[in-house]
Design a protein around this ligand. Sequence first.
Ligand code: ADP
Ligand code: MG
Length: 382
Amino acid sequence: GSEEQERVSFGDITLKSMVFKAISDMGFEEPSPIQAKAIPFILEGKDLIGQAQTGTGKTATFGIPMAEMIDTDDSRVQALVLCPTRELAIQVAQEVSKIGRLSNLKSLPVYGGQSIERQIRALRHGVQVVIGTPGRILDHISRKTLRLNNVRMVILDEADEMLDMGFIDDIEAIIKETPEDRQTLLFSATMPGPIQKLARQYMKSPEFVTISRDKLTVPLIEQVYYECKDSQKVDALCRVLDMEEIGAAIIFCRTKRGVDELVASLKTRGFFAEGLHGDLTQAQRDRVMKKFRDGKAELLVATDVAARGIDVENVTHVVNYDIPQDPESYVHRIGRTGRAGRKGIAITLINYREYRQLKLIERVTKARIQRRDLPSMADIVE
Ligand code: ADP
Ligand code: MG
């Protein structure tokens, strides 16, 4: 119950011993910069906007104070986390349940594609933290299988992604179902105008915590590019993959069709590749992610949308098979590697016409993307 009073420090943050022990078991020794700055404000009950690149530990930034503040003797929904995708909802739910493991915190991911009956049964059982995608959450609200009148904490996770995906109306409708005196937290890698507007409308004098823009890309990620003709792209990719020591790699394509074609080409050439995009059923997506997590597929080929927020340990390489449309999405993509201080490599393939786009990415992100020459066949055979 809530009588646990022994408190231990996590850096300069003081936590209940059950939460402290759970995060120690997860291997967290020191808070990340955003955690060190934001958690004290959240524990004071303040609204907060947290801006930091992917992979900086934003989930635990709200997960830790959430586990601290939830009343585990009250079985009603007390916190709501909104996420842009199903994969992300599952991932955040896993992290929250690890953090709350010893405090008896009950959390549930709620997303489209999974049987709604099953979710309704689980909700009836008593859930304190609901983590879900906007569409399915609204569905439960209208069926009256989810009541938000006792919610004290609302978290908008990866807010920029949610807005990009057109969830603004859903988000507003959901927020309006929660009490006005709630605490509202918003996390985002970027802060475009619409997010600032959302914050002005629904947050009460929020604290703003940011990890500065010149640290937007993680220095531990080595960034390189190769130039090749479009017609040689598959071969160039295969040569690069053969040269690199790949643990697990995520390869980004612009379109769903591009994903399917590349997966087929890679399989023909003997690589263990799986594709992830929006046309797959939830069961198919789960299977692909499981294979990739378990190391049964070393290459995950994905569109931007499908790969949003995915956090897989030991992703050693991110490959931009198609150069991203804008610098922000470059940052999101390469944030899939070099997670939590591990080293990673980001590789971008371009044709000569795309050179200017690459330079723009370099300028905006203040990154150094180094040119490499394609390995010749001889380099690989050796
Ligand atoms: P973000 O939401 O900022 O993209 P995540 O919350 O997904 O990042 O965190 C990235 C990874 O870092 C996760 O595997 C998480 O468990 C790990 N992590 C978070 N905080 C810490 C910490 N203080 N120490 C070690 N690892 C951490
Ligand atoms: Mg996140």
